[in-house]
Design a protein around this ligand. Sequence first.
Ligand code: ASP
Length: 330
Amino acid sequence: MGNRRSFLRKTIVGSIAAGIGVNLGQAAELFDAHTLSAEGGPLFISTWNHGLAANAEAWKTLEAGGSILDAVEAGVKIPEADPEVSSVGYGGFPDAEGHVTLDACIMGPDGNAGSVTYLQEIMHPISVARRVMEKTPHVILSGAGALKFAEDQGFKRENLLTDNMQKEWEAWKASGARYAPQANWENHDTIGMIGIDGQGNIAGACTTSGMAFKHPGRVGDSPIIGAGLFVDNEIGAATSTGEGEAILKTLGSFLVVENMRNGMSPKQACKAAIERLTQKVRVHPQMQIAYIAVNKSGQTGAFSLRPGFQYAIHSYNNNKLENVDHLMEW
Ligand code: ASP
């Protein structure tokens, strides 16, 4: 219903602009339902520049009558299937043994959540996470069990290691290098997306292939509710990117939402969570962390540990990348 209402609102805006004589009382009733973006409409925000295409798809899905949950799922499926995005889904960097292993989670306005960790050979882990949420009494399925569940649900097994990534992995192995975090890597890492519809219903999705050449079995923050993503439909939502271990130790996305609950703006809330992290976790020279957040009024904000992070914001007729303030220099 939220979508119908928001798009009704859009239609009325259009009608007013076109001078078609819409009754003002009727328009006011629709407008005061919820104050969202400055442009007065639904809103999507996503991490990194691959967030632009993801936002556009989410918007299209909402506009076509999908729910806010459908929209965030559809949005993050774009980088999941894109072989050029080397940090999410198909075409992602493999682990130290050459396997692409995926982490994803999704959370809806009703507070329900689903997640998969260490999932292999499935193109869209976010859709499996949604099935975990909707078809099981559980929140997280992992590894072989997650794969079995996905197959039972009709998902096809596919090879996710592209030729390019096979070469990268062989070169990495041949170099004798050990795993090390790489920040702002190709300027696009995990995709975390938050969407808010015309009635203020909030949903989020987060999906990643994790750190390049990670130890087999490693699970990051992205599929962990409260770390990589958290939604509280009464307050707002947050999602993260960067070195998952530090985010996990501070339950970063939950902390951002709690900061908003205590009165901070989304940007202040993200900044305070980054500051907390620097007090609690050893910050090494390669570490990058970033949070993005939306509150119930549709205000957005973000903050990163170090320079280089951007996030994509989609409101009416406008899908743009925004630079984000940071706490310290490299
Ligand atoms: N947060 C992700 C992880 O630790 C990686 C990233 O966003 O760069 O798996």
